[in-house]
Design a protein around this ligand. Structure first.
Ligand SMILES: Nc1nc2c(ncn2[C@@H]2O[C@H](COP(=O)(O)OP(=O)(O)OP(=O)(O)O)[C@@H](O)[C@H]2O)c(=O)[nH]1
Ligand SMILES: [Mg+2]
Length: 697
């Protein structure tokens, strides 16, 4: 007798024995039938590519260490170069790749994450059950400085005016659950916390920002006692040394069901910071109204890195239809999904997350092929990883070039001074002591004259510092808050908040103007320095060279990107939300946080350049002075013992050879570093990004 399938309500209530379904029940039999399976083919394509990226990063790190060692050997103790090297190392070690999974509830976000990233665990790591499962955003990452385990931020923290980003900086306030390594299931047990809910009154829910009178449809259903279910936690951080997470991957699993609308933190903070988003719809349900609302409000306008998954294709298998008919049906649904969402069909991936997870756990190659997960992983890694690699590569390229130039200039200056000294010493061969005295006097006089340039340099530095302060004042954090508050006042003053978009556009325009003003000031400073350097080089024999200042265009573009991403939250549909003080307070905080990142970047670039120019002037001053000292020292030694002349000449010639060898070694290391940077290959980017690239071109 065949057992009958579990009823739909039983499945929804989580009471059903899912072992009834063939793809769940087949595990042991399949594992037995495919004992020879090659495990490599079973691991995720994404994982493999990520490994490559990480090896490449390690190799680059080693090259950077070589460069540091070479600079130390040369005796090139230069603050800007060491700061640049340190920040590069930090970028390489701390480089993060954030992928967010977004969808309505029960579409299979958590299951897909399990299948792609955690099948090695041999079990379902993130809870994935019918009905609502994940109740708070779950972030999986690895930070070696933090203890391994799960950290949970209580929902009540939403009552205070402290953002998630600020909470991340603190340790207290979080509940920490360590993982017990002795229990392999510990990870899964701890993770069940992300499902926790509790019942509160609607007033409490309202205070938490999880209940809104104005948008009744989005509210959770009250029980007979008028209480509603809310998550216990606001955010979950899993610190877990999984190989992929160790390499800098950050995965964000989001809760479904109107949580996106209710949670500005997610929509304004987490989603815009993700490098890629994966949007999931169910093949069993098709694209529903609420899927469409989430897509339209939060992902549709995102350029480039949004992927669409049509999950649960196993549900379309039908014993009464031929495999070809089922395939045709899947294909038709994939195309209609693409059409409804307004994306090209190539960007929609039909697959079965559950089948893939089960197949990977069991080592079932055929099941994995049938699940079609691998095609999606390949697309994800093709689009994402080379991009990260190129971005890091460009940074390394710029830095290596700068460091090489600075160190080569330093060696070049030393060579030039040695050449002068050699010329002087060779000219002394067969000369009288009277001539030696004369020469010493000349060196003394030249040194005195040189010291006069000090006043000029001090004046130059003062002007330069003032220009720098002026530029930084335009990018002050206080001003930024004033600007954002001005925008909020304008929004509040507009009838029915209808002026929100306009006020936001005006804010972004003002911010861009500030950056462009800074750029103009920078050009003036550069002109002034260029002129003075020319005079000092001619009069005092300096080798001052002006490095081009930072280009603010990049930051102007970042402001425009923020404008595009955030304008979506200020549309006609959001006017009601804008009347809520909680929402505007959150919006204010998010905007300050996001724009501060641009301010940080531009201020750092500016300060870095000013510091570099100052240190270049100082180094030149010190080196010239040291040159005079060396010349005077040589002459006085030779005056003391005439036989010292030849050994002194030989000594300098030897140093000259050494310096040239070091210059060559520096060049070789830099070339090796640059060779490790990938060529700008034309990676197959998701369609949106390719369009954006064409538009730029
Ligand atoms: N048949 C089938 N079921 C799947 C598939 N993927 C996920 N499921 C099941 O669908 C249910 C929901 O999956 P979850 O991963 O919890 O969905 P989710 O999107 O994370 O849902 P929330 O956490 O509630 O937002 C679970 O029972 C999964 O096992 C699939 O490819 N095929
Ligand atoms: Mg989930």
């Amino acid at each position: 007798m065949w057992a009958s399938p579990p009823s739909f309500p039983a499945i929804v209530a989580g009471r059903a024995d899912l072992g009834w379904f063939p793809w769940v029940g087949m595990r042991p039999a399949v594992a037995h039938r495919f004992p020879q399976l090659e495990t490599r083919s079973m691991t995720s394509a994404f994982a493999g590519r990520f490994d490559d990226l990480s090896h490449w990063r390690t190799a680059l790190g080693e090259r950077l260490d070589e460069l540091s060692a070479c600079l130390a050997d040369i005796g090139f103790d230069d603050r800007p170069a060491s700061a640049l090297l340190a920040s590069l190392r930090e970028r390489l070690d701390g480089d993060k790749l954030i992928v967010a999974f977004v969808a309505e509830f029960s579409r299979g976000k958590s299951e897909l994450i399990n299948a792609i990233f955690f099948a090695d665990a041999g079990t379902r790591v993130l809870p994935a059950t019918p009905g609502r499962t994940t109740m708070c955003p779950v972030e999986l990452a690895w930070d070696a400085h933090e203890p391994e385990g799960l950290s949970l931020l209580p929902i009540a923290t939403r009552l205070d005016d402290v953002s998630l980003a600020q909470w991340r900086q603190r340790r207290e306030g979080w509940t920490h659950l360590p993982f017990d390594k002795a229990q392999p299931e510990a990870l899964c047990v701890a993770l069940r916390q992300v499902m926790s809910t509790r019942r509160v009154t609607t007033d409490e829910a309202q205070a938490l920002g999880l209940w809104h009178e104005s948008t009744a449809d989005d509210n959770p259903m009250p029980d007979e006692a008028g209480r509603v279910e809310v998550p216990v936690w606001r955010h979950a951080l899993i610190n877990h040394p999984h190989p992929l997470l160790r390499q800098g991957l950050v995965v964000i699993d989001t809760p479904g069901l109107n949580a996106l609308g209710a949670e500005p933190e997610l929509t304004l903070g987490l989603l815009p910071s993700a490098h890629a988003t994966v949007f999931i719809v169910g093949a069993d349900t098709g694209v529903t109204q609420s899927d469409l609302a989430i897509w339209r409000d939060h992902l549709g306008a995102r350029q480039g890195l949004a992927f669409v998954v049509l999950n649960k294709i196993d549900a379309l298998r039908d014993p009464l239809a031929s495999p070809a008919q089922v395939d045709a049906q899947i294909e038709a649904q994939r195309r209609s999904t693409a059409q409804i969402l307004g994306v090209p069909p190539e960007r929609v991936f039909a697959l079965s997350a559950r089948q893939a997870l089960v197949a990977r756990i069991d080592g079932d190659a055929q099941g994995l092929t049938e699940s079609r997960l691998v095609e999606f992983e390949a697309a994800l890694s093709v689009a994402l990883l080379p991009q990260r690699r190129q971005l890091l590569g460009r940074l390394i390229e710029d830095a290596a070039d700068q460091i090489h130039k600075r160190a080569a200039r330093h060696i070049g200056e030393a060579l030039r001074q040695q050449a002068e000294q050699l010329l002087e010493l060779r000219g002394l061969r067969g000369q009288s002591s009277g001539r030696l005295n004369l020469l010493m006097k000349r060196v003394g006089a030249e040194a005195m004259e040189f010291e006069q340039c000090h006043t000029r340099l001090t004046a130059l530095r003062a002007v330069h510092a003032r220009q720098g302060e002026l530029a930084l004042a335009d990018l002050s954090y206080d001003d930024l808050e004033v600007e954002i508050d001005r925008m909020l006042t304008e929004i509040r003053a507009s009838v029915l908040r209808l002026g929100a978009r306009k006020a936001f556009a005006a804010l972004c325009e003002r911010l861009r103007e500030r950056l462009l003003r800074v750029q103009d000031l920078l050009h003036d400073t550069q002109d002034m320095l260029g002129g003075t350097f020319g005079v000092l080089n001619a009069e005092f024999g300096f080798g001052l060279a002006l490095k081009t200042g930072p280009n603010m265009t990049r930051f102007v573009e970042e402001v425009s990107l923020i404008e595009r991403l955030y304008a979506r939250y200020l549309g006609l549909g959001d006017l009601l939300r804008l009347t809520r003080p909680r929402f505007t307070a959150q919006l204010r905080r998010m905007l300050i946080e996001r724009i501060s990142v641009v301010w940080d970047g531009s201020r750092n670039a500016l300060e870095g350049w000013h510091r570099e120019v100052t240190s270049h002037i100082d180094t030149q001053l010190i080196e010239r002075r040291r040159g005079f000292q060396k010349r005077a020292e040589s002459l006085s030694r030779i005056r003391g013992a005439a036989d010292q002349l030849e050994s002194r000449i030989a000594e300098i010639e030897q140093r000259d050879r050494l310096l040239r060898q070091q210059l060559e070694r520096l060049g070789a290391i830099t070339r090796a570093l640059l060779r490790a940077v990938p060529d700008p290959v034309d990676v197959e980017l998701p369609v949106g990004a390719a369009d954006a690239r064409r538009a730029r071109a």
